[in-house]
Write a protein that binds this ligand. Sequence first.
Ligand code: B1M
Length: 241
Amino acid sequence: MSEQDQVSDDVVLSELSDDDLVIQMHDDLYDGLADEIVEGTNILLGRGWAPYDVLTKALVEGMRIVGVDFRDGILFVPEVLLAANSMKAGMAILRPLLAETGAPRVGTVILGTVKGDIHDIGKNLVGMMLEGAGFDVVDIGVNTDVDTYIAALEEHNADILGMSALLTTTMGYMKVVIDTLEERGLRSEYGVIVGGAPLNENFADEIGADAYCRDATVAVETAVDFMKTRQGSAAAQMAGS
Ligand code: B1M
């Protein structure tokens, strides 16, 4: 047993104050301790925390810290994978809670990480939040090529295409997808939202997306606004016909 495991074993999560527990969860995420993340998530929920707060304050913030040390060469891929799996274990508990708002169904979103890219935590989080806001979300996974995106849009009669990219080397693929939609005369059928850490507003404009979404909350707001506009123009068309 490593020294780190020993220290972790000595900590009784349920005896920590909320603030200390959140800090401990950041450490446990960093150390890739999925069981502890599950336990901490359940404790915070049991203390009345809103699922969204557990997600953002304990899990997303923990992952942000992991990202900094990954960038600085302190953590490497195997450790980051363990951290990611721990994060997913916590997210699995939160997912049904975030989805069960009873919101009416508002539209269908196809969600995927672009070709060449296997980062899926941000995408999954966006999917969870969209489901919670009443969207049907069809998650087509990672490393998604243009034909897979378009087949899913058509098969599910979708309203919105959501693309995620975490690498500067893969974000350009979003333009391939949008250009192909244009070429096939399909672009106006769908709203296209894009997100991921290396993106920004300018990039989204340049590739012809409808919106860049900084985070999952903005993705939900943007998707809801898009559906309102779409339903408004459909109603206006019907009134005019
Ligand atoms: Co990777 N990785 N990674 N990685 N990884 C980054 C992205 C990196 C910034 C790390 C770093 O150097 N600091 C760096 C990219 C550098 C660059 O491109 N400039 C990097 C690298 C280099 C790599 C590899 C190339 C490393 C290697 O192999 N040498 C490799 C690439 C693999 C590939 O994809 N082909 C790789 C691999 C991995 C792991 C497999 C180990 C793991 C992924 C596990 C998984 O996802 N299942 C991993 C992880 C975990 C990260 C970091 C540490 C964390 C990403 C994350 O999950 N963040 C990341 C560092 C960082 O981002 N700071 C890093 C938490 C998540 C909640 O945030 O995904 O940003 P995020 O999502 C946010 C917003 O961006 C937004 O909403 C979310 C939250 O609200 N958002 C959307 C995201 N998608 C959206 C879509 C929307 C709307 C909003 O609409 C559709």
